[in-house]
Write a protein that binds this ligand. Sequence first.
Ligand code: BYC
Length: 314
Amino acid sequence: MTEVKDLEALFQARIDAEQKIEPRDWMPEKYRKNLVRQVSQHAHSEVVGMLPEGNWITRAPNLRRKAILLAKVQDEAGHGLYLYSACETLGVTRESTIDDLLSGRAKYSSIFNYPTLTWADIGAIGWLVDGAAIMNQVMLTRTSYGPYARAMVRICKEESFHQRQGYEIMAVLSKGKPEQKAMAQDALNRWWWPSLMMFGPHDSESAHTAESMKWKIKRESNDELRQKFIDRTVQQAEVIGLTVPDPDLKWNEERGHYDHGEIDWKEFWNVVEGNGPCNHERMKARITAHENGRWVREAAAAHASKKTKKKQAA
Ligand code: BYC
């Protein structure tokens, strides 16, 4: 009989040879659990992520903006669905995964616990939040687990459109009246630091990075991705005449990167632990939506069982 140690060595050899791991392949239990953790948190983030922007659908400034925002929010729902499906291929049911979110056991991205106070926040979310998301997710199109990698290909195409539409909102506001430019700057001021927190703790504090990199679940570390995001976004801010709210931000010729100020990790962990400005509101909205959808799930299940019975009788 093959020993677990041998199976693990074979598994690692497949990862090193860039072969994709598929649902029926043998995998170490820790690999499976790590993926369920990351993919389910990712799915929850997509679904909870609909709430801050959904808040502005009825107040979009014109029909064009409203249609774009509606489409974007629907895209996020779709991303959640692909990711819940990818999770199911790892042997967990969708019901139990969603239950973990609604009972508060599961995490979702800290960023969605901040409020959207003005229309410029919709621009800032697209530009910064989707911008940070795509920076992190492009590497996930090459993640070692097949169903997750394939889901990420489509998600990234859509996120890239989201990022562009957010940047365009910010560009238009920045060229507008002084009040509009001030609104765009205020949104950048409030979303900048929370966006940097999306990448997670520093590598030295990150519980999962080393193992996830060994298994090629992640291909770049939290700090590497955060740095890439800063380098790219600072230049985009300059182009539209906005100022990144970090007095320590400075181009470092030697490193070929921007140096930046320290992130407030106390604020980050406070939000992750459920005490951010909107944590309670977000959970309440998800629980209400789940309750309101109960009759749809029951009707769909009844219809499916009626169809199965008909087939069996035939
Ligand atoms: N917020 O060991 P670490 C989107 C947790 S949605 C909350 O570095 P890892 C979008 C982490 O879970 C964007 N918790 O973890 C949707 C861990 O706790 P546990 C979401 C965070 O997994 C709508 C602990 O801290 N993107 O695109 O190696 C509109 C230690 O962290 C956060 C994804 O989910 C955080 N920000 O690295 C617009 C991408 N950061 O699990 C946009 C997939 C860390 O031990 N996920 N934690 O209890 C990943 O790439 C990785 O999971 C992370 C963290 C980079 C986020």
